[in-house]
Write a protein that binds this ligand. Structure first.
Ligand code: LMR
Length: 398
């Protein structure tokens, strides 16, 4: 049965992990997979996480099953973090939240849930979008169509084209949005643009499905949730997938959440019965360890403070690196204007070079990025920035 199988090509993002570790170039730089790294190149375990793990370890009495919705303390506190304390939709109990195995789990369960609501569902995704959005939603059976979002040539958002294309999205359609720190391009909607998009959703009746994978990595925990909170205030229904991989550094623990906001509280409650059904048919229930850590941090004021300050350090480092890259590229004589890097948010930006130039950077300099020329800014440091920017300037010159 397996004889006819042909090996697949490696994943366009995760495949870089193996390629990078095989490379023997002592100057190699990993700008591939989207994980945060500190100045020494390490993806640290946050101090608040270590402390919370000790607390959970002491407090845990049993390993018995928890059920498909996961850890209740996590579900309550992550919902507040996303929607904001005192948001009217929380007061009216219109949002139901479950723990999922990472943001990927939330997206996939959300996709299958949508097929409980209608036999066929069209989802509009940004061009470009995160490579894994396509299999996560498409393989679940949703029909994907694209809306214009970002122009790599000019390094600008294509907001007018986005809005005019989404004018064709109708009630029953779903529009997938990046809540902040757009992956892969780093270009986010501003407040005015979120408002215009919300008005369009109000008028046309399409359902926004927001992927909030980087809350706290852009401008701040509240600022990064602006779009979610606005849409929650003005629209009858909303779906939000969130991830704790980046903002809690819990990548391998697989912690995320799926929130369904209905027009009335019983709609969200009914939705959770369908989500539980989807979860039971997939992986039965999520692991609890990561959810318990996040729940413990968010419910303990000292731990929460400590986590917020660590998160701020990470955010500041990323934003400083963005400015440093612009300065170094320009000082190094780059033949293009790279100011846009400092105007964007989160870990990613498109260098805007061809796959052939990406290959030259990899083979000639040991610099690894996704073929689309997406760079993970967090892989840059004071120690490698000169080597990196010199290599980029040389490569784009030819
Ligand atoms: C990325 O975009 O690099 C990260 O979100 C990791 C992944 O799973 O692709």
């Amino acid at each position: 049965m397996f004889e006819s199988l042909k090996a697949l090509s490696p994943d366009p993002i995760l495949g870089l992990i193996a390629d990078f570790s095989r490379d023997e170039n002592p100057d190699k730089i990993d700008l591939g997979v989207g994980v945060y790294k500190d100045e020494t190149g390490v993806t640290p375990i946050m101090a608040a996480v270590k402390k919370a793990e000790q607390i959970c370890h002491q407090a845990e009495q049993t390993k018995a099953y928890m059920g498909p919705a996961g850890v209740p303390e996590f579900n309550d506190s992550i919902r507040q973090l996303i929607f904001g304390d005192g948001h009217p939709v929380l007061k009216n109990q219109r949002v139901s939240t479950v723990l999922t195995p990472g943001g990927c789990g939330a997206l996939r369960v959300g996709a299958e849930f949508l097929l409980h609501c209608a036999e066929t569902v069209t989802v509009w995704v940004s061009d470009p979008t995160w490579a894994n959005h396509i299999p996560l939603l498409g393989n679940a059976g949703l029909t994907l169509v694209q809306y214009p979002y970002y122009d790599q040539q000019s390094s600008q958002l294509r907001f007018d084209e986005m809005l005019s294309t989404l004018a064709g999205a109708k009630a029953g359609d779903v529009v997938l949005l990046h809540g902040c720190c757009h992956n892969p391009c780093g270009a986010d909607l501003n407040e005015e643009q979120w408002q215009a998009l919300t008005s369009l959703a109000e008028k046309n009746g399409f359902l926004p499905f927001i992927d909030l994978a980087y809350q706290g990595f852009g401008r701040g925990l509240d600022e990064d949730a602006y779009g979610v909170r606005l849409m929650a205030e003005r629209l009858p229904e909303l779906v939000v997938a969130s991830s704790c991989s980046k903002n809690f550094g819990l990548y391998r623990e697989r912690v995320g959440s799926l929130s369904i906001m209905g027009e009335q509280s019983h709609h969200g409650e009914a939705a959770v019965t369908h989500i539980n059904n989807v979860v039971r048919g997939n992986y039965s229930m999520p692991p609890s360890h990561g959810g318990a850590i996040v729940g413990t941090i968010l419910q303990d004021s000292a731990l929460r403070e400590s986590w917020m300050s660590e998160l701020e350090t990470m955010r500041n480092r990323i934003n400083n690196l963005r400015r440093l890259l612009v300065d170094k590229l320009h000082a190094g004589g780059a033949s293009r204007d790279f100011s846009f890097i400092a105007e964007q948010y989160g870990m990613f930006y498109f260098l805007g070079i061809s796959p052939e130039q990406v290959r030259r950077l990899r083979d000639g300099y040991g610099i690894y990025m996704v073929d689309s020329s997406r760079i993970n800014v967090a892989g840059v440091s004071q120690a490698n920035v000169d080597y990196l920017t010199k290599a980029i300037v040389e490569t784009i010159r030819t």
